[in-house]
Design a protein around this ligand. Structure first.
Ligand code: UDP
Ligand code: MG
Length: 313
């Protein structure tokens, strides 16, 4: 039977953790009783350099319960890296992993559905929110815009999916090959490429503690996502340059006509044409340099170039 590792990043979650311990334990026991997962399954709590009693709570829980594992990071590295640390750790000691936030806003009742889909041959199962009615209008709006902008800029992400997902052991192993520094999980996981499926659920409100993702961090995450995934913004500069050069011809015709009609100050014609034309040439040049930087950027990531699903001989 498969050992399940639930990976939970925690940052200053002392108010939430006692509830989380209880809920996740109940869920694991239920799944073990149903024979869906091995009795050795566990929950791995990753303490992301919390300043409150988070780690003490994890340690204490570990003493009394063998299904509670803890990983303490030396400092606060942020949700994405904390989760990555947990997944890397879990890779060698589990068969399936499910990552979920400590606040349990994502529905733990879909674990079962995810595991069933895994048994049906999926290596990655995304938890996808049905609606966002519990979030404030502002949060909903910013989050929706986030996905739209991200996809427009070339980072393919699953709509309404946060970091609540099941990954099989081999998906985790492949994930570990992505050694890039700027890590955006939601963009990388779809690149792994194995068979995937979605499990749908309603997102709940946070019951204790407060959101650690204020607008500032959300914007930072969006910028991180876009810039670590695509060179589209660079291409945009080039496009802008070409548009300017084309406009410079229009400006040329306009300036020439004005000159012939004689309604202009001396010197204006040559100035206006030069501004448009040179502006365009400069933008194209910057875009061209950017193209090369983009290449270097893709190159230094050293991403795995392929991932083998099956081999028969
Ligand atoms: N988190 C973390 N490090 C951080 C910030 C947050 O590990 O620097 C964890 C946090 O404990 C929670 C998850 O990331 O388990 C998501 O954070 P939160 O629920 O505050 O975000 P929201 O759901 O409001 O987007
Ligand atoms: Mg939350």
């Amino acid at each position: 039977m498969d050992i399940l590792a639930v990976v939970v990043p925690c940052y200053n979650e002392e108010e939430m953790l006692p509830i989380t311990f209880e809920s996740l334990r109940g869920k694991l026991n239920e799944l073990i009783e149903k024979g869906k997962i091995a009795p050795e399954s566990f929950v791995l709590y990753v303490d992301d350099g919390s300043k409150d009693k988070t780690w003490e709570l994890i340690e204490k829980e570990h003493e009394t319960h063998k299904d509670v594992y803890g990983l303490k990071l030396a400092g606060n590295v942020g949700h994405q890296f904390a989760l990555t640390a947990g997944l890397h750790k879990a890779k060698d000691i589990c068969d399936i992993s499910i990552s979920i936030d400590a606040d349990l806003q994502d529905d733990i009742d879909v674990f079962e559905d995810m595991i069933d889909k895994y048994h049906d041959g999926c290596d990655i199962v995304y938890g996808v929110r049905n609606k966002r009615k519990t979030d404030s209008f502002f949060k909903r709006f910013t989050a929706q815009s986030f996905y739209k902008v991200m996809n427009f800029c070339g980072a393919k992400t699953i709509y309404n999916h946060a970091d609540f997902r099941l990954m099989s052991k081999r998906a985790l192993e492949q994930f570990a090959n992505y050694s890039e520094e700027n890590l955006f999980l939601r963009g990388i996981v779809p690149l792994i490429g194995y068979k995937t499926e979605c499990s749908y659920y309603d997102r709940k409100v946070r019951v204790a503690g407060e959101s650690k993702y204020p607008l500032k961090k959300m914007i930072a995450l969006a910028i991180e996502g876009i810039t670590s995934f695509s060179v589209k913004p660079i291409r945009f500069i080039m496009t802008l340059g070409f548009i300017s050069v084309i406009l410079s011809f229009a400006a040329f015709v306009y300036a020439l006509v004005s000159f012939i009609i004689g309604t202009v100050e001396p010197g204006w014609t040559s100035l206006i044409v030069s501004i448009w034309f040179l502006g365009g040439v400069q933008l194209i040049s910057i875009g061209l340099i950017g193209e090369y930087i983009g290449k270097i950027y893709i190159e230094v990531k050293r991403r795995p170039r392929y991932n083998i699903d099956k081999f028969i001989s």
